[in-house]
Design a protein around this ligand. Structure first.
Ligand SMILES: Cc1cc2nc3c(=O)[nH]c(=O)nc-3n(C[C@H](O)[C@H](O)[C@H](O)COP(=O)(O)OP(=O)(O)OC[C@H]3O[C@@H](n4cnc5c(N)ncnc54)[C@H](O)[C@@H]3O)c2cc1C
Length: 453
């Protein structure tokens, strides 16, 4: 019996889609790297169905690709022809909000924004947040250990997870739905599945931490002349603001390109560095007083405080940079480096790219408080070999500074061959041994994350 027949016999045609019933969406994530038609798409509605599907695939040695909201930017959810996709779309919903413990238990397929709204209705903040919130899923967020815009206050996704449930390649369900802050009972198994991009098992449920909903929000756009001033401002903001919730830096080329693309203007002239600084909770008066103090210390040269939601949206629009999508073959690097060298790195890598690829667009922005910057590069309608050379130039610089080739988007296929730039041979070997122990037949998302030995 073929694997598709075996899956259909146990799970039924409503759950197993094959041939022209396979939705277009399952061919590629947002990296749009490689579009292949999978052999079948399985859409389980229960944890038991996930276990059944994996058990059958494992027995057939069938490769499986877990898919969440398909917003990933590293190619991790892309199937190859012949892979079976397990889509978590229909394993969705909030199981429980425990107000006393401040936890939410949700199924993996729950869309992040749905979970955020449910938390808000119960009077809490779900600290995980990113631009793709309307489509990405809790399971995808955990599998990529997503970062986003609240990391400065609440940490990355990993820091907001208390427990999880995952199904192993052979169909074993590991229910580790811990709800306690403290639990030192041996290995922390959930960490194996967080950030491993579906290569060790399928996450089916998670217990997430909730925080009190902050009251009020104040936002300013600040122009600065020197990178040292950016670092000093960050230090002062951490010390002086009651709830620093964003500190996003845009280098001049990024700010100008995005601002002009959106048809917006703010200051008389653009500054070498523009920072969006945001406070959640705390009073508007204290925020204004803080900015006044920063003027006096001559860290800020100019600042605008949002007077309305519309103002705030205008500031964030420039930072979100939708206008970059118009650039051909845009490569969005997601790297982290020690915070003190970020500007030096940006300057050096820009110079190297401009020298090797004349006319290339390079611009930089980032969650600078998290040591994470994104570098946008577009050299026109380039071929794959040129794209690979651009990658290599950037990652060579990252390696020199002992930085990370992926701060938050993950490795997938796009960065797989560069993983040795950030991880030692011993670390990679241990990763392979963990993979072999949990997935001896190598059916879980093969070809992703780990470079060929
Ligand atoms: C507009 C936009 C803004 C973004 N902003 C950010 C940002 O600020 N920070 C950030 O970190 N990322 C960001 N991303 C990237 C992306 O949204 C995140 O990586 C997100 O966490 C992926 O979730 P997903 O549900 O879409 O996962 P998918 O893309 O479907 O899958 C991602 C990976 O996880 C695996 N996977 C998915 N679900 C499961 C599961 N249940 N069990 C096991 N493995 C699974 C897949 O196999 C794949 O390897 C952004 C993307 C877009 C398009």
């Amino acid at each position: 019996m073929t694997v598709v027949n075996a899956l259909t016999a146990e799970l039924g045609e409503a759950i197993v889609l094959a041939g022209d019933r396979i939705p277009e969406k399952s061919r590629s994530d947002q990296s749009l790297s490689g579009k292949h038609l999978p052999l079948a798409v399985i859409r389980p509605t229960t944890v038991q169905q996930v276990a059944t599907a994996l058990r059958i695939c494992n027995a057939h040695g069938q490769a499986v690709v877990p898919q969440g909201g398909m917003t990933g930017l590293a190619g991790g959810a892309n199937p190859r022809s012949g892979d079976v996709v397990i889509s978590l779309d229909r394993l969705a919903g909030i199981e429980d909000i425990d107000a006393a413990a401040g936890t939410m238990t949700a199924f993996a397929g729950t869309v992040l924004e749905v979970a955020q709204k449910a938390a808000e209705e119960a009077g809490f903040l779900l600290p995980i947040d990113l631009g793709a919130r309307g489509s990405c899923q809790i399971g995808g967020n955990l599998s990529t250990n997503a970062g986003g815009i609240r990391v400065i206050t609440h940490g990355v996704t990993r820091d907001n997870v208390l427990g999880l449930e995952a199904v192993l390649a052979d169909g074993t369900v590991i229910s580790s739905l811990n709800r306690m802050q403290k639990n030192n009972t041996g290995y922390d198994l959930k960490q194996l599945f967080i950030g491993s991009e579906g290569t060790l098992g399928i996450i089916t449920r998670a217990v997430l931490k909730l925080k009190p909903l902050p009251d009020g929000r104040a936002t300013a756009l600040c122009g600065l002349n020197r990178f040292e001033d950016v670092l000093a401002l960050l230090h002062e903001a951490r010390k002086g603001l009651s709830g620093l919730s964003a500190f996003e830096l845009m280098w001049e080329a990024y700010f100008r390109f995005s601002r002009e693309g959106e048809g917006l203007s703010f200051f008389e002239a653009d500054y070498p560095f523009t920072v969006i600084i945001e406070q959640s909770g705390g009073s508007d008066e204290a925020f204004e007083a803080f900015l006044g103090e920063m003027f006096e210390k001559e860290l800020i040269s100019d600042a605008l405080i949002a007077q309305s939601e519309k103002d705030r949206e205008r500031f964030w629009k420039v930072r979100e940079g939708a206008t970059f999508d118009s650039l051909p073959r845009l490569i969005n690097f997601d790297v982290s480096l020690p915070i003190g060298v970020l500007d030096q790195f940006a300057t050096e890598v820009t110079a190297s790219l401009e020298q090797e690829f004349p006319g290339i667009h390079v611009s930089v922005f980032g969650h600078v408080a998290d040591s994470n910057i994104h570098l946008c590069a577009s050299a026109g309608e380039i071929d794959e070999a040129t794209e690979h050379r651009i990658d290599t130039v950037v990652y060579e610089h990252v390696r020199q500074y002992q930085g990370s080739i992926s701060a938050e988007h993950g490795i997938g296929t796009l960065k797989r061959d560069y993983l040795p730039y950030s991880r030692s041979a011993e670390e990679l070997d241990l990763m392979r041994r963990i993979k072999a122990a949990l997935d001896p037949n190598g059916i879980m998302n093969p070809g992703k994350v780990l470079p060929v030995a």
